[in-house]
Design a protein around this ligand. Structure first.
Ligand code: TYD
Length: 141
């Protein structure tokens, strides 16, 4: 089963151009408490490298493009986000890495909660253990 969950965010386009709305409705699968955006990412830089215990997020590339690696501890999927009308849902307990940022990439992320460093899992081995797919987990079988 793919880890890539894309939400369509229709543009209210008219002759002047495009307009996309994000609000607490069916399009975003959680109540938005925080928004942050990443831009000016230097060449060959990758970001992320963590999972969240509880936080749910949705990423939208409002300009340019970047690639995502999503990993649930058991399987991995890659996706290129480069369309402002597509939201990539990043569920809790999904290890994610972002790479191949275009120069003009503006990556906006809406999140279900405030910033809390305690919610982060920044060690991949810890993440694997918590998902039941770590080295120690497999020794149980
Ligand atoms: P970091 O987690 O390293 O970003 P990324 O996931 O893109 O690799 O965050 C960079 C810094 O910004 C780090 O010191 C934590 C801080 N930060 C906040 O204070 N609030 C936030 O909402 C976010 C996302 C990060």
């Amino acid at each position: 089963m793919s880890l890539i969950n894309i939400v369509d965010l229709p543009s209210l386009a008219d002759e002047r151009g495009e307009l996309v709305v994000l609000e607490d409705n069916d399009a975003v699968p959680f109540k938005i408490k925080r928004i942050y955006y990443i831009y000016g990412t230097k060449e060959n830089v990758s970001r992320g490298f963590h999972a969240h215990k509880n936080l749910e997020q949705m990423a939208v590339c409002v300009s340019g493009s970047c690639c995502f690696l999503l990993d649930n501890g058991n399987s991995k999927d890659n996706f290129t986000l480069g369309d402002p009308t597509k939201g990539l849902v990043i569920d809790k307990m999904i290890w994610h890495e972002m790479y191949d940022f275009s120069n003009d990439c503006i990556l906006m992320v809406v999140a279900s909660d405030y910033y809390d460093e305690k919610d982060y899992i920044r060690d991949y081995d810890d993440f694997k253990e918590l998902t039941g797919h770590g080295l120690n987990s497999s020794k149980r079988f």
